[in-house]
Design a protein around this ligand. Structure first.
Ligand SMILES: Cc1ncc(COP(=O)(O)O)c(C=O)c1O
Length: 400
């Protein structure tokens, strides 16, 4: 499925609040917080000339978020950042003075953080980030997971000291349950999706993601002409496309939102022209993208700067994982988890389809940017689908 954006708001500027969330000052702040973290290192940006040649485009760059903060996905940037931010805001209120990120380890701030509980629903990666953030500041975290989240993913979150709650049902039901229990107990919900009346914390989470764009723009030989972004609730796509639009203005790349055909809530929202909840279908291998309701803030952004919406199939995701693990020519090998390469799957599909190629203006002058949004966050599943364990990939061809 493929759809160009026909919404009346398309190409309109972002609302003032969204521009503030995704703008320069917010990205500066997110980078400052990141710099204060022990295991911070910029993630690599790889050129894939062989694949670009095969697709008939000028250049293809992949930013590899599998290497982010030891958590295996870009989500490391959002939840933990929001938790740290919220602790500092609370400490500032209680102490009656501004508190900086460097003060997080001070006993008076730690004592306040110790009184706070952060809750969220997750299908894996976001919960890991919230749990890590809470662990860093000395707060408590309670993470809600739905029945489809693998035991391996649950164990990876619990390792950060989080208390885990299993919820019968799907991701959206776990979101509602986390919000219900948190409201009852006075906990703070740090969600990566937003709904009417709950926007500012998901906005902080998205602000954390803008760091990806920051780092990419510093390294790219020229700004991208196209960016293909995978979506679950749409927060990642909106943050990346939004910050690119703010930084590059009229020269911004075309932003194409890519989802699994089995869970295309942003696509259906774009088609309907308003947020819609879609019916459940079979589970998708792109487990982190299995969402049935878009984030309100994300849709507000994407209705303005999302240029096209498309879906990919199950086998597209698996093919991309294998292609990145066993590259052609001099392209580097990249470990890409089930949901990590969906954007690239979208580019491959669009570049090989005459109509989509023409509609998006993909040609030999195009410079595509892709974000591998996760590494092997479920190593067992990765090995099953690729036939190699992640450690073996490093020996295929070390990225330059
Ligand atoms: C690896 C990965 N990629 C992409 C996404 C999509 O992000 P969003 O739900 O903000 O659209 C997720 C969400 O969990 C994810 O874990």
């Amino acid at each position: 499925m493929f759809l160009l954006n026909r919404h009346p708001d398309h190409r309109h500027p972002l609302t003032e609040e969204d521009a503030a969330t995704l703008g320069l000052a917010g990205a500066d702040e997110a980078e400052r917080f990141l710099a204060a973290r022990d295991n911070h290192a910029e993630t690599p940006l790889h050129a894939l000339p062989a694949l670009a040649g095969e697709l008939g485009i000028g250049a293809l760059h992949v930013k590899d978020e599998g290497k982010r903060l030891g958590l295996g996905s870009f989500k490391a940037l959002g939840g933990a950042y929001a938790v740290m931010h919220l602790v500092l805001e609370q400490a500032g209120r209680q102490l009656g003075r501004a508190v900086a990120v460097e003060d997080l380890h001070k006993p008076e701030v730690k004592a306040m953080a110790g009184q706070m509980t952060f809750a969220c629903a997750t299908d894996g990666n976001h919960g890991r980030s919230v749990a890590q953030g809470a662990g860093l500041v000395g707060a408590r975290s309670v993470i809600f997971v739905h029945s489809g989240v693998s035991n391996e993913r649950v164990a990876a979150i619990a390792r950060f000291g989080a208390e885990m709650v299993r919820v019968a049902g799907d991701y959206d039901q776990s979101v509602r349950e986390a919000a219900r229990v948190a409201a009852e107990r006075g906990w703070t919900v740090v969600s990566d999706t937003s709904w009417p009346g709950y926007e500012s914390i998901p906005g902080l989470v998205m602000q954390g993601y803008t760091v990806i764009v920051r780092e990419a723009l510093r390294r790219l030989p020229q700004p991208p002409t196209h960016v293909f972004l995978q979506a679950g609730v749409g927060g990642f796509a909106a943050a990346v496309a939004g910050h690119l639009a703010i930084m590059l203005g009229e020269d911004r790349p075309k932003a194409i939102v890519v989802e699994p055909a089995r869970a295309a809530c942003v696509y259906e929202t774009a088609k309907a022209g308003r947020p819609v909840t879609i019916a459940h279908s079979k589970p998708t291998v792109m487990a982190m993208l299995e969402c049935y309701e878009p984030s309100l803030v994300a849709w507000r952004v994407l209705s303005r700067i999302g240029d096209a919406f498309m879906t990919v199939d199950e086998e597209d995701a698996v093919t991309v994982m294998n292609r990145l693990a066993r590259p052609a020519g001099n392209d580097p090998a990249i470990v890409s988890g089930e949901s990590g390469g969906a954007g690239l799957a979208g580019l491959i599909r669009a570049a090989r389809d005459k109509k989509m190629r023409a509609a998006l203006g993909l040609d030999g002058n195009s410079h595509a940017l892709i974000i591998n949004s996760e590494g092997a966050t479920d190593p067992g599943r990765y090995a099953e689908l690729v036939g190699m364990v992640p450690e073996e990939i490093a020996q295929v061809r070390q990225p330059a």
